[in-house]
Design a protein around this ligand. Structure first.
Ligand code: SF4
Length: 465
């Protein structure tokens, strides 16, 4: 139901004869991180091949096709478009042949200096085949002078800025790394003694792999015939001697993006969301008869709100799981029915009730307005909207598809105006300290919270603002 989109999920398997079948399974568990395209690159005897397609993982990577692939190493990617468009030419992993061999890259995040780098590379003669910021990384690796793939990558990395969890493959060497601030998650797992890499732990659970550990911000994990080793790479981030580098994992992963059964940045997402709901109940209780979530992502926060306020929790909404992408942009004259395609409210339960409806974010406000209207139409006497996050006041430049500042309702309106626009009886948000308490950190230097504070941990070029 959200108006926000995570942009990518990554999954890789090393030294397993079932690699090409396991990668689509892992991506299936990461489907919430990208529904527009999916792809896989596999390595057989050191030669890389690719298959990419549009749509859901099961459409883009058909099991019958994947079961025929012979490979022990494979990297997969599922995506929404953020930087670049949504066509097949932007589907990842990208695979390129360079003078020093083939290289594949799969990226979760957004490079904040991609435009500048692309201009420089193009003026030096580079030809791009996509609109994606990720292709810049391939060009930088291709131009690096070092002999080994890992050393060429180390030459390229100090030139890029922003958010990047990456999985790269060349020959039989797999590299998984996070940017120095660790915006996006990436976790190392193990299955039958073989290594697996995934954006979220829920993908490891699906293939019965165990979590080894998170890959750390600024860490590069290299897996090859010699085994696994971990290295730190040089970056653009300047850290003075004796200074602790600041990290900026995305707090919105906990609020909305990650799957609730994942453990992200060392915290169980489901438990954090319940804690966000309890904080919300403390800050903005309401005189109401029932608490209901906007499914699915609002459910844990609504349970937490109910626990805190002792207002009974109920699942009033039935969510349709059969709305295909063809329905997402219906004709203009029936577009206002789009929420009804996805949600139906049990009017016999709602009639005459004072309702608290809990959602995880309020972006433009247009979806919430339709949900409130739907509840009133179904007979609710009062509707109190509660948001388990602080007001979203600034766009994300680190890998989340978010409207411009002019479109973000909380960036331009006060609470009373938002309430009136939405048509609710009251609206309540979390504040920053309550959000930090629920997630379990103390101050703004431990997480990225830029979309709530406007304080960007990595500078964003004027051209991108
Ligand atoms: S700006 Fe918001 S959505 Fe983007 S990385 Fe920071 S916290 Fe996450």
């Amino acid at each position: 139901m959200s108006e926000l989109r995570e942009n990518c999920g990554l999954f890789a398997v090393y030294d397993d004869p079932e690699a090409a079948s396991l990668v689509p399974l892992g991506l299936f568990a990461l489907q919430h991180r990208g529904e527009e395209s999916a792809g896989i690159v596999w390595s057989h005897e050191g030669v890389l091949s690719a298959h990419r397609g549009l749509g859901l993982v099961t459409e883009a990577l058909p099991p019958a096709r994947m079961s025929q692939v012979v490979a022990k190493i494979a990297v997969g990617h599922t995506r929404y478009a953020t930087a670049g468009g949504s066509g097949l030419h932007n589907a990842q992993p990208f695979l390129a042949s360079t003078a020093k061999g083939q290289v594949a890259v799969a990226h979760n995040g957004t490079l904040t200096n991609a435009r500048k780098l692309r201009r420089e590379l193009e003026s030096g003669g580079a030809i791009f085949s996509s609109n994606s910021d990720t292709e810049v990384i391939l060009h930088l690796v291709a131009r690096a002078q070092a002999v080994s793939f890992v050393d060429r990558l180390k030459e390229a990395l100090p030139q890029i800025e922003g958010a990047f969890s990456l999985v790269l493959l060349s020959g039989t060497t797999l590299v998984a790394l996070r940017d120095p601030m660790g915006f996006r998650p990436l976790v190392l797992g193990e299955r039958n003694g073989k290594y697996v890499v995934a954006s979220e732990t829920c993908a490891l659970d699906l293939i019965e792999a165990r979590v080894v550990r998170e890959i750390e911000p600024g860490e590069m994990v290299i897996i090859d015939e010699r085994g696994l080793r971990s290295e730190r790479y040089a970056s653009k981030l300047k850290v003075l001697p004796g200074e602790t580098p600041r990290v900026a994992p995305c707090v919105f992963e906990h609020i909305y993006f990650a799957r609730p059964d994942s453990n992200v940045f060392g915290r169980d997402v489901y438990l954090v969301r319940k804690a966000l709901g309890r904080e919300l109940g403390r800050l903005h209780p309401a005189e109401a008869d029932i608490v209901i979530p906007v499914p699915d992502s609002g459910v844990p926060a609504a349970i937490g709100f109910s626990e805190q306020t002792k207002i009974p929790f109920d699942m009033i909404f039935t969510r349709s799981h059969y709305v295909g992408r063809s329905f997402i942009q219906p004709a203009q004259n029936i577009r206002n029915l789009s929420v009804r395609l996805k949600l139906a409210a049990a009017s016999n339960v709602l009639k005459g009730k004072r309702v608290v409806v809990v959602d995880d974010s309020l972006v433009r406000g247009t979806t919430s307005k339709k949900i409130v209207a739907l509840l009133r139409h179904a007979g609710a006497q009062q509707v109190h909207l509660r948001i388990s996050a602080p007001p979203t006041i600034s766009p994300c430049y680190y890998g989340i598809d978010m409207p411009t500042k002019a479109e973000l309702i909380a960036a331009n309106q006060d609470i009373a105006a938002i309430r009136d626009f939405i048509g609710a009886d009251s609206v309540g948000y979390l504040d920053l300290p309550a959000m930090r308490r629920a997630v379990g950190y103390d101050n703004a230097s431990q997480f990225c919270e830029a979309c709530f504070s406007g304080q960007y941990p990595v500078p964003v070029a004027d051209s991108q603002l």
